[in-house]
Design a protein around this ligand. Structure first.
Ligand code: ZN
Length: 273
């Protein structure tokens, strides 16, 4: 023998993205519990009977072993097992689009790691892990809410979770809607703002009471526990638009995930009548 064992690590991971490399290999971008973002090469994973083949499908939760050589940008994927494959749970088109959108968001907008004063890799991994499990196990009617709550958690991991308890601008807490019952939401101010600040600064957009209730539930992590009404189309649009602006303002590299294009309503001929 006499050969030193190569250093390696075993960790939980989610496959964010994978693309072919060479004749038969695959490169995959993983978010791991132990090390955060890691790129691995799965040699010959495109061969029909490769045992690495099931380990490079985006969205899967895995336990993997890979080489650990700090001097290399790519680690060698050695072995592993699939913990959860969301696609075997019969996801709808909508659920699949939200899954792909979440993977894209995490891959594009990488929070600072703990060493730089940010969140720990395990924190971010747990957010993704919980999202994928919820999306796979709960009914389709919850999927938009699960995705929005995921976006909220992502903002929190970057240190930018929106203020929802008082006015982010002046701190007013009581009767925030004011006499005219108008409240606002502003990405640049950092969340909810009162009607006085909203009118004065002209940077916010109107926020409905229902949307605020959604935000509070994401903030408290109670969005599935309480008896929330199903989100109708208008509420989904409002919540999605507010979060989109907030993410765009605060997260470097953010753009609307391309997978969400799948959910755009197809223009109908009768709308032209
Ligand atoms: Zn205010």
């Amino acid at each position: 023998m006499g050969i030193l064992p190569q250093p390696s690590i075993s960790t939980d991971a989610v496959v964010l993205r994978a693309w072919p490399c060479g004749e038969t290999s695959v490169i995959a971008s993983l978010l791991t519990r132990e090390l955060g973002f890691v790129r691995v090469i799965a040699k010959a994973a495109r061969r029909p009977h490769s045992r690495l083949r099931p380990l490079v499908e985006p969205g899967r939760l895995l336990n993997v072993d890979f080489s650990l050589d700090q001097s290399r940008e790519l680690q060698y994927l050695r072995s592993g097992s699939v913990d959860l494959d969301p696609l075997t749970h019969g996801l709808s088109l909508e659920q699949s689009a939200f899954l792909l959108a979440a993977l894209e968001l995490v891959d594009r907008c990488r929070p600072m790691q703990a060493a730089d004063g940010g969140s720990s890799p395990a924190d971010l991994f747990d957010v993704c892990d919980a999202f994928i499990r919820m999306l796979s196990s709960l009914s389709e009617t919850d999927s938009a809410r699960i995705f929005f709550a995921f976006e909220w958690q992502l903002l929190a991991r970057h240190g930018f979770d929106p203020e929802v308890k008082c006015c982010a601008s002046c701190g007013a807490a009581n009767g925030i809607a004011g006499v005219d019952k108008v409240q606002w939401f502003s990405a640049s101010e950092g969340g909810l703002i009162c009607s006085v600040c909203g009118r004065a600064s002209n940077v916010g957009r109107p926020l409905s009471q229902q949307a605020l209730e959604e935000f509070k539930a994401y903030d408290a992590g109670t969005f599935l526990e309480e008896n929330h009404l199903e989100m109708n189309r208008a509420l989904r649009r409002e919540v999605g638009a507010h979060l989109h602006r907030f993410l765009g303002f605060h997260l470097p590299g953010y753009r609307l995930p391309t997978a969400l294009d799948l959910l755009r309503p197809i223009p109908r001929a009768e709308e032209n009548n």
